[in-house]
Design a protein around this ligand. Structure first.
Ligand code: HEC
Length: 205
C-alpha cells in the first residue's frame, strides 16, 4: 500500500520535471508559470435551492424583494377576511417580467399568509396582519432540472413552510399539495398575476 503511494508520487514528480524541463517558462522569475487547468465552477442554479432540489425560504424577502400585491382572503366563501396573502418577487425578476411578460429561469416568488384582526378604524372596517401562518414559495425552472423530485413540475419548484418552523419545507408532492388550486391560473404560467399591479398590463379578473 505504502509502496504504491510512493511510486505514484515519484511518477508525478518525474512528470513535472519533464514538463518544466521542456518549457521556456522555466527561466521566468517566480518559477514555472505554464498553462494551468482552471476548473470552471459549475454555475449554481439558485441560492435558495440545493443540488437535490430542496427549496429554502428566502430569509430576507421582506426587506429585499418587491411587493407584487396582497390578496385579502376570506377562507370561508362569503365570510369575513381572515387572512392577508402578501406576494413578493426579487426586483430583477419583476424587471424581467415588465420587459418580457414572463418570469425568467430562477425567478423566486414568496407568498406569506398572515392571520388578521379586524375592527373599525377611522378609514372604515379594516383587517390587518397579526401572526404569520404559512409561507408558499415557487421557483421558476424552465429547464426541468429536477425530474423525479415530486416538488418540481410544470416549470416551477413548489414549497411550503409553517410559521412555527420556517427552516422546514413541509410539502411532499406539488401535484397533490398545490397543482389543482393553480389550474385556473395555468394560462398565466400558474400564477394569479391579476393581483400584481407592478407587473403592468394584465387581465384583472
Ligand atoms: C386551496 C387552493 C390552493 C392551494 C392548495 C395552493 N394554492 Fe397557491 N394560491 C392559490 C390562490 C387562489 C392564490 C392567489 C389568491 C390568494 O392567495 O388568495 C395562490 C397564490 C400562490 C402564490 C403567489 C403567486 C401566484 O401564484 O400568484 C404562490 C407562490 C403559491 N400560491 C404557491 C403555492 C404552493 C407552493 C402550493 C403548494 C405547496 C400552493 N400554492 C397551494 C390557491 C392555492
Amino acid at each position: 500500500m505504502l509502496g504504491l503511494r510512493f511510486r505514484q508520487i515519484a511518477f508525478v514528480n518525474l512528470a513535472v520535471v519533464a514538463l518544466v524541463g521542456s518549457s521556456a517558462y522555466r527561466w521566468l522569475p517566480g518559477g514555472f508559470a505554464g498553462p494551468q487547468a482552471v476548473a470552471a465552477e459549475p454555475e449554481k442554479f439558485s441560492s435558495y435551492v440545493d443540488d437535490n432540489g430542496n427549496i429554502a425560504l428566502p430569509a430576507d424577502y421582506k426587506t429585499t424583494f418587491t411587493h407584487l400585491g396582497t390578496f385579502a382572503t376570506a377562507s370561508k366563501v362569503g365570510g369575513e377576511v381572515d387572512q392577508l396573502h402578501g406576494v413578493y418577487a426579487r426586483p430583477e425578476d419583476v424587471e424581467a417580467y415588465q420587459k418580457d411578460g414572463k418570469f425568467p429561469d430562477g425567478a423566486v416568488i414568496v407568498k406569506d399568509v398572515y392571520k388578521t384582526k379586524s375592527g373599525n378604524l377611522t378609514t372604515g372596517t379594516v383587517s390587518w396582519a397579526t401572526d404569520i401562518d404559512i409561507w408558499f414559495v415557487m421557483i421558476k425552472d424552465s429547464k426541468g432540472r429536477f425530474r423525479g423530485n415530486a416538488l418540481w413540475g410544470d416549470g416551477w419548484g413548489w414549497a411550503l413552510f409553517k410559521g412555527s418552523d420556517p427552516q422546514k419545507q413541509v410539502a411532499t408532492d406539488y401535484s397533490t399539495d398545490c397543482r389543482a388550486c393553480h389550474v385556473p391560473a395555468k394560462k398565466d404560467d400558474w400564477l394569479y398575476v391579476r393581483g400584481y399591479p407592478v407587473l403592468g398590463d394584465r387581465e384583472t379578473k
